[in-house]
Design a binder for this molecule. Structure first.
Ligand SMILES: Nc1nc2c(c(=O)[nH]1)N[C@H]1C(S)=C(S)[C@@H](COP(=O)(O)O)O[C@H]1N2
Ligand SMILES: [Mo]
Length: 321
């Protein structure tokens, strides 16, 4: 079984968020020599700014070197500029409506083409070894950020359910509950939100299930309690508040493709050479960088080409957008 015995797990503890951040900053600063003194003081003040602070920290998060060269976007930007139509349609709405989503109790059903289907409790999912990865994140709308996610690799998790040889894709589904998700009262999208990955994409070591960010459990607006993160794909692939994972033979019909298949495809790999029908994908704006210096060139596969290009060998990326 993929879940660790309860005895190995320390109970969740509320730690002082500021101290947590400070410690992280100091560890990083020590690694970078005296760089903190020169460049870090305003960055430190920015990094220490937190929201209301009611989220639990995730204990025993293992540090990794994913994205150690990247500067994370401030917490307040990551948590106040969101796309989560279930919690409202404007960028500020998901944060404003965050309280309506109740991330506990929460279960995730794993089914379809696998030997060991299961219904998992979120508390048990949090017992999986948690690690931190700093990833670039690029929305199809041409804005971007850098996020220190906490979570675990998707592939290792999926292997535990022993997918059969017929499993060619994985489908993910968001909670459907208009009481918790007021945006679902209007049929703006074809609820519930669904996404999918090809099996080899899901098994790629960069594909990640996030349970938190900045060391704490995910805020509702970022997809609590469990979301997908696929850093080389446009943000809409990173489905939030997942309640179902299903191994399938057929390519799942992901929500945005179902609504506007000429604009949003299944693959949705970040690609500056393939424009959206209504705008260029050559550049993007990075959240929190102000008016000047906020624009950056978009990179093929969002900068992860070395790792993932092999998945798409021989495929026409213009056709399979
Ligand atoms: N269930 C669900 N998942 C979703 C969305 C959504 O509206 N509903 N929006 C997607 C889009 S378009 C983006 S860019 C990211 C935004 O994630 P963030 O708000 O954490 O930045 O979530 C994705 N996942
Ligand atoms: Mo997006």
């Amino acid at each position: 079984m993929i879940i660790k015995p309860a005895s190995k797990i320390r109970s969740s503890e509320i730690t002082d968020q500021k101290i947590w951040r400070q410690r992280r900053q100091l560890i990083k600063a020590a690694a970078a020599g005296s760089g903190l003194l020169l460049t870090g003081m305003s960055g430190l003040a920015e990094a220490l700014y937190r929201g209301p602070g009611k989220l639990q920290s995730i204990p025993d998060v293992r540090d990794t070197d994913y994205g150690e060269d990247l500067k994370p976007t401030a917490y307040r930007h990551i948590t106040s500029y969101n796309n989560f139509y279930e919690l409202g349609y404007g960028k500020r709405a998901p944060a404003e409506n965050a309280d309506s989503l109740k991330p506990r109790p929460w279960t995730v059903k794993v089914s379809g083409e696998c030997e060991k289907p299961a219904v998992l409790d979120m508390e048990d999912i949090l017992k999986i070894d948690q690690e931190e990865r700093v990833y670039r994140f690029r929305c199809v709308e041409a804005w971007a950020m850098v996020v220190p996610w906490v979570g675990f690799p998707l592939g290792d998790f999926l292997k535990g359910f022993q997918p059969t040889s017929r499993a060619k894709y994985v489908e993910f589904t968001t909670l459907y509950d208009p009481k918790q998700m007021p945006g679902q009262k209007r049929k703006v999208l074809d609820w519930p939100y669904r996404e999918g990955l090809r099996m080899d994409e899901a098994m790629h070591p960069l594909a990640f299930m996030a349970t938190g960010l900045y060391g704490e459990q995910l805020p509702a607006q970022n997809g609590a309690p469990l979301r997908l993160v696929v850093p080389w794909k446009y943000g809409f692939k990173s489905i939030k508040s997942i309640v179902s994972i299903r191994f399938t033979q057929e390519m799942p019909a992901n929500t945005w493709r179902r609504i506007a298949g000429d604009e949003y495809g299944f693959y949705a790999n970040v690609n500056p050479r393939v424009p959206h029908p209504r705008w260029s994908q050559k550049r993007h704006r990075v959240l929190g960088r102000g008016l000047f210096g906020s624009k950056e060139d978009t990179q093929l596969f969002n900068g992860y080409a070395e790792e993932v290009a092999g998945l798409y060998k021989g495929m026409d990326l213009r056709k399979n957008f």
